[in-house]
Design a protein around this ligand. Structure first.
Ligand SMILES: Nc1ncnc2c1ncn2[C@@H]1O[C@H](COP(=O)(O)OP(=O)(O)O)[C@@H](O)[C@H]1O
Ligand SMILES: [Mg+2]
Length: 323
């Protein structure tokens, strides 16, 4: 299978980033609130909190205040620029200090991944927020609002973004598929949703990677690209071992390692995910999860993947007596 390099030329996450709040999928309460802010032309400092790929940056960019002037009114800083105090003292202060475009236009500083800022930089940020509060608003994005200093939090409205739901991801998949002329069947849709775990950036990247391989997005290609197992092999490996059938479990393990090229850590992560969904007693689930934790630690410390995974399956097989 050859790679279609043309498809890899553009970034689909940028190509499919909504440019209007109306195109944002899910996050309904937040979008409504932002629209109201845009309409009124005034808004508070905000923290956009939530996991990766759920629309934080997108919403900040899509606010479309002041139509064509939005670019001039917005200072956008990425995590890589913003770790230290110099950026806050330099770029941010410089931007906040210069005159607004016209009398009552607020300037906006969007600090992506603000939880990566050093404490020192956060203190400088707080002072800057205070000093320019008449003319400038700050939007901070963060995985966890709690990682932002309390005195900053208390100056901001916290908007909590949620991981996208399955039906919302489905809408997005259809949007991209239609625009790219791709066929995505039900199984492939399920697989895309499974591997991306509510993260639309991850989903977009997997779709783009698979599309570069072929026009039809298949379940197998998705799992290849996502470097993850099909859940059914993980489940059957776990089920065999828990029923005491070590040899069959070991066969499934072989498939995962040899055919899918999965690493020990990948396999453990999948086992962990699937163990939570198995129809077994809570007590057994706890034992499985704590066992996975032990083996994960050993593998991370450098023990042989293969031996550790087999030992784990053997341990699960012995747990059978405890049911
Ligand atoms: N709610 C959403 N609606 C539509 N597309 C989204 C949404 N969230 C994420 N995306 C897609 O994922 C990409 C990354 O989203 P982004 O807003 O940068 O995530 P983050 O929350 O990490 O800032 C976007 O370019 C877009 O393609
Ligand atoms: Mg972001």
């Amino acid at each position: 299978m050859g790679l279609n390099m043309e498809i890899l030329d553009t970034s689909w996450t940028e190509k499919y980033r909504p440019s209007k709040l109306d195109e944002v999928i899910g996050q309904k309460a937040i979008v409504e609130r932002l629209k109201a802010f845009v309409k009124s032309g005034n808004f508070p400092n905000m923290i956009f909190a939530g996991t990766a790929g759920v629309g934080k940056t997108t919403c900040a960019i899509a606010m479309e205040l002041y139509q064509d002037h939005y670019n001039e009114a917005l200072l956008e800083l990425n995590a890589s620029d913003t770790r230290g105090i110099d950026v806050i003292r330099g770029k941010v202060k410089e931007f906040a200090r210069t005159k607004p475009l016209s009398g009552d236009m607020l300037k906006i500083v969007f600090l992506d991944e603000a939880d990566a800022l050093t404490t020192e930089a956060q203190h400088a940020l707080r002072r800057t927020m205070e000093k320019y509060s008449a003319t400038t608003r700050f939007i901070l994005s963060a995985n966890y609002a709690s990682k932002i200093l309390e005195p900053i939090q208390s100056r901001c409205v916290v908007l909590r973004f949620k991981p996208l739901k399955e039906d919302e991801m489905d809408v997005y998949i259809k949007r991209v598929a239609k625009s790219e002329g791709l066929t995505v069947d039900d199984k492939a849709t399920k697989a895309l949703i499974y591997v991306s775990e509510g993260d639309l950036r991850k989903l977009t990247n997997v779709m783009q990677g698979v599309a570069a391989l072929s026009e039809s997005i298949t379940e197998a290609n998705i799992y290849d690209i996502a470097a993850r197992a099909r859940p059914k092999e993980i489940i059957s490996m776990l089920t065999y071992s828990l029923s005491g059938d070590f040899l069959s479990a070991r066969n499934e393990l072989n498939t995962l390692i040899l055919s899918y090229g999965m690493s020990g850590e990948d396999i453990l992560l999948q086992c962990y995910k699937e163990a939570l969904n198995l129809e077994i007693s809570d007590k057994l689930k706890l034992r499985i999860i704590s066992t996975i934790g032990d083996y994960n630690f050993r593998i991370i410390e450098g023990a042989n993947d293969r031996i550790q995974l087999e030992a784990m399956l053997a341990k699960f097989a012995l747990l059978e007596n405890l049911k």
